[in-house]
Design a protein around this ligand. Sequence first.
Ligand code: FES
Ligand code: FES
Length: 182
Amino acid sequence: MRGKVRELPLRTAAGYVANMHAIVQLTVNGDRRSAGVPVHFTLLEALRYPLGLTGSKQGCDKGDCGACTVLLDDEPVLSCITPVWEAEGREVLTVEGLAGPGGLHPLQDAFDTTGAAQCGFCTPGILMSAYGLLLRNASPTREEIQDALSGNLCRCTGYTKIVEAVEQAAERIRRNRHAASP
Ligand code: FES
Ligand code: FES
């Protein structure tokens, strides 16, 4: 085992003791969570199954579609190819953690008002990639948005409205910051 994952001996139906599971401790959306998971689990599997956070989607499950994107220490990662132990001791942000006490995040609002989500399967991953972009670049160009979302596949929208939504959200966030500054 790697990282700080601790082995959890399990007694099988046949009475054997097997070290095939481990307890992982994660910080997800600001909450400390722990779960017993098979040692081969990915971060996506840990989020969706023991922790019940099904917003991150299991699309291709091999790093091709971006539907499983979450933030790990503010950086977008493909959680379907990230071993769960890599997330121990780090901050995980999923789409469930995007809205704040005041309501939806501006990105979520913008996806709604521009019609950037159709079936919605790709939307959680795209929101998290866009959120990661806006954390490091408050005024991205259209090309920078397209580049940041290049690993997120959408089979419905044609991407135009998605890029517009990110532009709209970036502008609203800048306006809010400006209004809040003394
Ligand atoms: S489900 Fe992770 S990249 Fe497709
Ligand atoms: S909205 Fe359907 S895949 Fe993107």
